[in-house]
Structure formats: structure tokens, C-alpha cells
Design a protein around this ligand. Structure first.
Ligand SMILES: Cc1ncc(COP(=O)(O)O)c(C=O)c1O
Length: 388
């Protein structure tokens, strides 16, 4: 049997990883400014995380959601305390798309309505409802296209007001910072108005923090920079540091009804052990604060480089904490491949010309310096290639 060929692959086979480094089969070391797509939050193979997972594996890894599992309550308590959402309740699942699917379903149960407002450029996952609220017609099949969804431009509060005044909406779903689109942040004033207008019309505000959450932007959730609280928050990626887990944080105004949501694998002993270990490391190593400080350092260094090379090379730098987008001029698109194959640094991408930096929150200042030096080298080499 062959693999269903849907992924564009780099010809690199990682066989080992530690901290912010990854080694391939030939023993070549790569610096990880991608975190396997914002998943590696506390660094690869963190000793505390590995120890907790191995211990859990030797005790019990899985049973089912029909028995008592105190690890779920421990995770809920610790996540509530760290995120400031301690009065909310937690539903555990397996991925970001599933967390969003459950959020949409809850909003619909709660309001009795089905229409959802989302934003241009949004990415919320690939399952039925999650892909329907994703603004990319290439990945929405006819089967997914029957949902009632409206997309409006990000930061356009008048468009939001005008839609919600119809009284037909169950939910508004918004990313803390748009990731897949290329790092676009909702303005704080927009989020505050969005909070007011959703409240006015009884519409559920869902913050998708799957990519921007778990400390990445220097607050536990990116939307917290604006001081608002969502009705539902979704998380995944950094939550398990590579162990598949997703979750939906639900406001106390929602009533749980037996059987309303469910999953076989979600909330397994092993996934809870992974997620608890992640929170413990984040707390012990103060990683949310580290993301804010190192993110500022990285952003400033990029701005200095941007001024040096000019806007004909780096057109824009966006983002917060360790979630940064660098928009390159079209002529400098090859820089990302040079970073990988010549400098051995993994980065993320968006569109064809945006480099997305999503390193583990444990990245060091010297690794940031190494990245900046390598980035400058690749830009210089590309400049020479263009001039030839
Ligand atoms: C903001 C956002 N929401 C949802 C998802 C979907 O998560 P998953 O791939 O775990 O289903 C992603 C994945 O990139 C994402 O960036």
C-alpha cells in the first residue's frame, strides 16, 4: 500500500530531537524555528515530559471515558489556573479541528442557531464544520459547503455589526492571531468591540487558540492581550508537545447534557499525562514570560535587519512573542529553502513569501542570534544570485 500523497515533503528524515535541535539520518543537526508547526512548546524530548510519559505508560495508558480518570480533573484544574479561565470547564479531544468542531456544536446547541461568522484568511482545521469556517475554497468539499458561514474582513467591526444584527448567528470564530494566513493579528480595539457586539446579540464568541495559544505570544492566550474573555476557547498543538490532544474550554453559562459531546480517545491517561507535564514545565521554566521576552528580542533583531536590507527584501514583520511572520519580497522567496538546506534551520511558511517563525518556547538567546546571522547570510547570498 502507498501513502495517500497529500503532503509536500522536504527530503529530510529527522531521527532524533532534543531541545530546539533536530538531527537527520546522516547526523546533520538542524535548528528548529518551526516546532513541527507550533506543536513543540517545551522543547523536544524534555526530560520531565519524557519521564512522566514513560511512567504513565508503565501504569495505564488508556481505558475509556466511561470510567473515572482523575488525570482529566488535574489537567482541567492546572490549565484553568495557568490560563486565567479557572471558572470554565474542559472537554478533551484529540486535535485542533476536533476542538473547534466541538466549540461550534456547543454554540449551536446553546443558541439554537446554526449560522457562523468567520474572518477572511481564517484557518480552523479540516473536519466538517472546522473546514467550513476556513477561508480556503480549495479544501472545502461540496459535502462541507452546506454550512451557513459568512466571512468578513478581519478588523472590520462594522461588517461584524451589520451581520450579527440579523439575529441569525450562533457563533463568531476568530483566531487569536491568524497563523496559516501569514500572521495577522486582530486589533485589540476590534476584539473589545467584537466582545461587546457578540454579547449584545447573544452570539457565542469562540477564540481559536490552537496555534496562538499555550503561551506562544507571551500571554497564555493571544486574545488576552486585549483584555477580553471568550465564551469558548479552543487549544491543541502546544498542549501536548507532540502528543495528540485538543481541548475546548467552555464558559460556565453553558450547561453540559449527558452525551452532548463525546470521543473514544480524547482525555486518555497518556494524553493527560503529556498535557500535565507540559503545564508543569511551562510553570517551572516560566515559559509564557520567556516567550514574551525572547519574542521581543527576536522581533527587534528582525527589525534592525529589516532596516539594514530595506523593504525591497523584507516587506513586513508581524506578530507577537514567538509567533512571527516575515513577509519577503517575491525575489527573496528562495531564502526559506536556503535557510533549511544551506543553514539547516527549519521555519514555517505561509502563502509563498511569508516565513513563519514558531520555535519552541525554550529557544535560547544564542539560538535566536544564530538564526538572525543565518537569515542575513541567506539574504546576502540571494541578493548575489539576483545580481548575477
Ligand atoms: C488556528 C488553527 N486552528 C485549527 C487548526 C487545526 O488543528 P489540527 O491540525 O490539530 O486539527 C490549526 C492547524 O494548523 C490552526 O492553525
Amino acid at each position: 500500500m502507498n501513502l495517500f500523497d497529500v503532503y509536500k515533503l522536504w527530503p529530510i528524515e529527522p531521527v532524533k530531537a532534543l531541545g530546539c535541535s533536530v538531527w537527520d539520518r546522516e547526523g546533520k543537526e538542524y535548528l528548529d524555528f518551526y516546532g513541527g508547526h507550533a506543536v513543540i512548546s517545551i522543547g523536544h524530548a524534555h526530560p520531565h515530559y519524557n519521564e512522566k510519559l514513560v511512567n504513565q505508560l508503565n501504569n495505564i495508558s488508556f481505558y475509556s471515558n466511561s470510567v473515572v480518570n482523575p488525570l482529566q480533573s488535574k489537567l482541567a484544574k492546572e490549565l484553568g489556573e495557568m490560563s486565567g479561565y479557572d471558572k470554565y470547564s474542559l472537554f478533551l479531544s484529540n486535535s485542533g479541528a476536533e476542538a473547534n468542531e466541538n466549540a461550534l456544536k456547543l454554540a449551536s446547541f446553546h443558541t439554537g442557531k446554526s449560522k457562523v461568522l468567520a474572518f477572511k484568511g481564517a484557518f480552523h482545521g479540516r473536519t466538517s464544520g472546522a473546514v467550513a469556517v476556513t477561508d480556503n475554497s480549495l479544501i472545502v468539499s461540496p459535502f462541507n459547503s452546506y454550512h451557513k458561514i459568512k466571512f468578513v474582513p478581519l478588523n472590520d467591526i462594522e461588517a461584524v455589526r451589520s451581520e450579527l444584527s440579523s439575529g441569525k448567528y450562533a457563533a463568531v470564530m476568530i483566531e487569536g492571531i491568524q497563523g496559516v494566513a501569514g500572521i495577522y493579528e486582530p486589533e485589540a480595539s476590534f476584539l473589545r468591540e467584537l466582545r461587546k457586539v457578540t454579547r449584545k446579540w447573544g452570539v457565542t464568541l469562540i477564540a481559536d487558540e490552537v496555534q496562538s495559544g499555550y503561551g506562544r505570544t507571551g500571554r497564555f492566550f493571544a486574545h488576552q492581550h486585549s483584555g477580553i474573555k471568550a465564551d469558548i476557547v479552543t487549544v491543541a498543538k502546544g498542549m501536548g508537545n507532540g502528543f495528540p490532544i485538543g481541548a475546548t474550554l467552555i464558559s460556565p453559562s453553558f450547561t453540559a447534557i449527558s452525551g452532548m459531546l463525546g470521543t473514544t480517545f480524547g482525555g486518555s491517561h497518556l494524553s493527560c499525562a503529556a498535557a500535565i507535564a507540559v503545564l508543569e514545565v511551562m510553570k517551572d521554566e516560566d515559559l509564557v514570560c520567556a516567550a514574551a521576552q525572547k519574542g521581543k528580542y527576536l522581533f527587534n533583531a528582525l527589525e534592525v535587519l529589516g532596516q539594514k536590507v530595506g523593504t525591497t527584501v523584507i516587506k513586513d514583520i508581524r506578530g507577537r512573542g514567538l509567533m512571527i511572520g516575515i513577509e519577503m519580497d517575491e525575489k527573496y522567496i528562495p531564502v526559506r529553502n536556503s535557510l533549511l538546506f544551506e543553514e539547516r534551520i527549519f521555519t514555517g511558511g505561509a502563502k509563498s513569501n511569508i516565513i513563519r517563525l514558531l520555535p519552541p518556547l525554550t529557544i535560547s538567546y544564542s539560538q535566536i542570534d544564530a538564526f538572525i546571522g543565518a537569515f542575513e547570510n541567506t539574504i546576502e547570498r540571494q541578493k548575489q544570485r539576483i545580481e548575477l
